[in-house]
Design a protein around this ligand. Sequence first.
Ligand SMILES: Nc1ncnc2c1ncn2[C@@H]1O[C@H](COP(=O)(O)OP(=O)(O)OP(=O)(O)O)[C@@H](O)[C@H]1O
Ligand SMILES: [Mg+2]
Length: 245
Amino acid sequence: MAGNEICKVGIETLDEALIGGIPTGSTVLMVGSSGSGKTTLCMQYLINGAKEGERGVFFTITEPLFKLTKNMEGFDFYDKKLIESGMVNLIDLRIISERLGLDAEKYSVEDAGALLDILQDIADELNVKRLVIDSITALCYRLQSPEMIRDFIFKLGSSLAAMNCTTILTSEVPPKTYKFSQHGIEEFIADGIIFLEDIDRKGDLIRTLQVVKMRGTPHSRTRFAMSISSKSGIELSPLLKSSRA
Ligand SMILES: Nc1ncnc2c1ncn2[C@@H]1O[C@H](COP(=O)(O)OP(=O)(O)OP(=O)(O)O)[C@@H](O)[C@H]1O
Ligand SMILES: [Mg+2]
């Protein structure tokens, strides 16, 4: 492993729980239901990295770029200059598919392969240290059969393992299910799993975050309370016993 062995997320309590950060070169599945904070956390990870001089790329397939940037502008951590200077690159995979002449809704095996090649070329060319795909669920949704999905996920895993960067893949799951992915395969290519979950306390939804797995580090498996605010973005704090589900 060249350079830093640890990739700091830049969220203090999370880095402490990970004993410093994500081991460099890992692929991490960020799991959560709709609105659980996956996109915000991933953007904070990229922006924090860029502030430390690590270039990042955010591949989105769920939100158009104008919406993504509009939402992120609501956070103090978001720094437009880092986008403009190319330290954080925002790329809409649907636009890439369009340019490749692919069907926007349905990918063939060849289409998926071509998209993977482009993804790898972009990461190599920009020499990115941090990569995000938001979301692997929406990407797989465009594949037509379980066999294609399995094949694609394993190919993606091999490509990411060969790249010189630390990756977060977001995974959308229904609320109140202890499931890490839609297809049950995505976790096989993941070195780490971070699980975001709402718990109900007297009618209020409390956000929580838990590191379920992270290969290569004796991390904490504590469930933390998680807050999202304009001022601080995502922050973690101890989960009070009375808040536990
Ligand atoms: N500026 C802000 N300040 C505080 N909270 C915010 C702010 N902007 C968004 N949020 C909260 O973050 C939530 C959305 O977070 P985010 O988009 O990261 O979730 P997500 O898991 O990516 O959702 P999805 O699955 O829909 O893509 C909103 O529902 C809102 O509760
Ligand atoms: Mg999102």
